[in-house]
Write a protein that binds this ligand. Structure first.
Ligand code: HEM
Ligand SMILES: *[C@@H]1O[C@H](CO)[C@@H](O)[C@H](O)[C@H]1NC(C)=O
Ligand SMILES: *[C@@H]1O[C@H](CO)[C@@H](O)[C@H](O)[C@H]1NC(C)=O
Ligand SMILES: CC(=O)N[C@H]1CO[C@H](CO)[C@@H](O)[C@@H]1O
Length: 517
């Protein structure tokens, strides 16, 4: 009798588990399953690869280092044969987007502007500035900052880009043929540029602080990856106990650095406004840039006077702009110079184009003239296709969301847009691993899906600094190519990628500069 009851109880339990398991992937720590519009399983629409353990994909990255994780994500894309795929990880369904059609739909969806949960791990560093915040707060900040990336303001930054580019080549005065490790000089260039343009503060006298900023930044990046890839560290307790060596000190360093900059700029701006008050008519808006280079930070300080943002808000945005403005162009330029070294033939085309359009006297080099350098533009685009500074962007659904292909993502699913894999998806690119700037000629790109190339993202949350970055990268390339021929100093095959907030390599990059006669 007891045995019979046990059997009945057991089958009721199994039946119940079976039903629950249809809604939730029980072994993936109760991740709500992705449904479809026609009621069929999600597998009928997209690949749903099995994980390494019975716990779905929960422990797929467990115990792997940054290089292995990077490789594994690429392997997943190959296995899925260019189709976006679903994973179940620790209580969350994850939709991994590696095709352009899905990327277009998601980046333009009005209800999918919320960033994924991994951005929470950036909060100690960037708090909730425009990159990491959501909804109303994001919207206000985005509107405030958009004004500062206006064409006129960017044009005024050109002098700063030229001066910094000249400093870059002048540090090699007296040398005619030599190898250069790229990371230091390029990092200095992008950090100096962002400080002077966006913050209106010259770094020269703070050079040492700049170096310490870069070291701290590197450490924060390492801690971030350690945290994202190991669920044990998702909570604060184990993370701070076991994985956060030096993290708090590094955070303090970068935050002090930005506070210093804000304090400096407040003084400079006050002097400038004082001067304007004395020289301008009373009804002029003092906070509108006029003639003199106007730093982006000034907009924020002026907004503070109008009560639209407070001091801690300014700090958030300064940290965000420093991070974005320093690191992404750094990666873009490193790979651009590296590929110049590997592709002598393409380099020659760039050089000839520069000689045809740009005077040796660089004082007239402005946005209009940079616009004439079409081939250099293709070259940089092809570099960013193969090496997108931001290889992965994450979003989160705030409600059940239906996609164009009939999938219904449950609330709180994660959407990972793998820019790296979209840019190498053979659906859109022939021989995707080869370097061919000609891909971007108008006649070669007209039939390609627009969203097959999204280094700056797209839609409402696209990159605010896109024009800024292209202008800055082109200026440095022009100045360097005018002075030097760039030759290879390492093997292309020796580059080893690894996971990071942004694209990272394990090894240092080197090229050879030979002075042009
Ligand atoms: C080669 C250079 C750059 C690349 C490839 C790049 C790429 C991107 C991408 C892909 C995003 C979207 C991130 C996401 O959705 O998670 C983004 C956002 C952003 N970028 Fe850039 N970026 C570059 C340079 C810059 C520069 C120089 C600045 C500022 C001076 C900047 C400011 C921003 C800001 C403020 C956002 C956040 C926008 C928002 O969430 O509304 N970026 N960038
Ligand atoms: C976005 O969300 C709102 C509010 O829940 C809803 O009414 C609207 O239909 C959604 N938009 C789309 C395109 O799904
Ligand atoms: C750039 O300079 C050229 C001449 O050197 C001039 O014709 C052009 O208007 C300038 N463009 C801008 C945007 O200032
Ligand atoms: C690192 C780098 O920039 N080199 C790449 C240039 O493009 C080729 C594609 O043909 C890559 O394979 C190299 O690694």
């Amino acid at each position: 009798m007891l045995a019979l009851w046990l059997v009945v109880a057991l089958s009721v339990l199994l039946h119940w588990l079976y039903k629950v398991n249809k809604e939730f992937y029980i072994l993936a720590f109760l991740a709500r399953r992705v449904k479809t519009k026609n009621g069929k399983p999600a597998e009928s629409i997209v690949p749903v690869p099995k994980g390494n353990t019975i716990f779905a994909n929960c422990f797929d990255y467990f115990g792997k280092n940054r290089v292995e994780i990077f490789k594994q994500i690429r392997r997943m894309a190959r296995t899925a044969a260019g189709e976006s795929y679903i994973q179940y990880r620790l209580g969350k369904a994850t939709y991994n987007v590696i095709d352009a059609r899905n990327a277009e739909f998601i980046l333009n969806h009005p209800n999918l502007t919320t960033k994924g949960f991994v951005y929470n791990f950036l909060h100690p560093f960037l708090k909730t500035g425009v990159l990491t915040s959501n909804e109303c707060k994001w919207h206000t900040r985005r509107t405030m900052l958009t004004r500062t990336f206006h064409f006129n303001i960017l044009n005024q930054f050109q002098d700063i880009f030229i001066t910094e580019s000249l400093k870059f080549v002048d540090q090699f005065n007296g040398l005619n043929s030599f190898n250069v490790w790229l990371s230091d000089p390029i990092a200095k260039f992008t950090l100096n540029s962002i400080c002077e343009t966006a913050m209106g503060v010259k770094l020269d006298e703070m050079a040492e602080t700049g170096d310490r900023y870069r070291e701290s930044f590197y450490l924060i990046d390492e801690c971030f990856v350690r945290r994202v890839t190991n669920p044990l560290y998702w909570g604060d307790f184990w993370y701070h106990l076991l994985a956060a060596h030096g993290y708090c000190a590094a955070l303090k360093m970068v935050h002090d650095f930005s506070s210093d900059i804000i304090a400096k700029r407040r003084i400079l701006l006050e002097e400038e406004l004082e001067y304007r008050r004395a020289t301008q008519e009373a009804d002029d808006d003092l906070c509108v840039p006029r003639g003199k280079p106007f730093a982006m930070l000034d907009t924020l300080i002026c907004a503070e006077k109008d009560g639209l943002i407070d001091h801690s808000g300014i700090c958030e945005e300064v940290d965000t702009l420093m991070f974005e403005g320093y690191d992404s162009p750094y990666i873009g330029l490193t790979f651009a110079l590296l590929n110049m070294s590997f592709y002598g033939k393409h380099q020659d085309i760039c050089y000839r184009e520069i000689q045809d359009h740009i005077d040796d006297d660089l004082s007239n080099l402005n946005v209009t003239q940079l616009g004439k350098l079409k081939y250099l533009d293709y070259f940089l685009k092809e570099t960013m296709r193969l090496y997108p500074s931001i290889p992965l962007m994450c979003r989160e659904t705030i409600q059940a969301t239906e996609l164009f292909n009939g999938l219904i993502l449950p609330k709180r699913s994660q959407i990972n847009i793998h820019v790296f894999d979209i840019h190498r998806n053979p659906k859109y690119w022939d021989n995707p691993n080869e370097f061919h700037p000609e891909r971007f000629l108008p006649e070669n790109s007209q039939d390609r899906h627009t969203y097959a190339f999204i280094p700056f993202s797209a839609g409402q949350r696209n990159c605010l600094g896109q024009k800024y970055a292209m202008q800055q990268m082109k200026t440095l390339m022009v100045v360097v190519l005018k002075k030097f021929r760039i030759l290879p100093a390492m093997e292309p095959q020796s580059i080893i990628f690894q996971m990071g907030i942004n694209l990272r390599t394990k090894n240092k990059m080197q090229v050879k500069f030979v002075r042009r006669k």
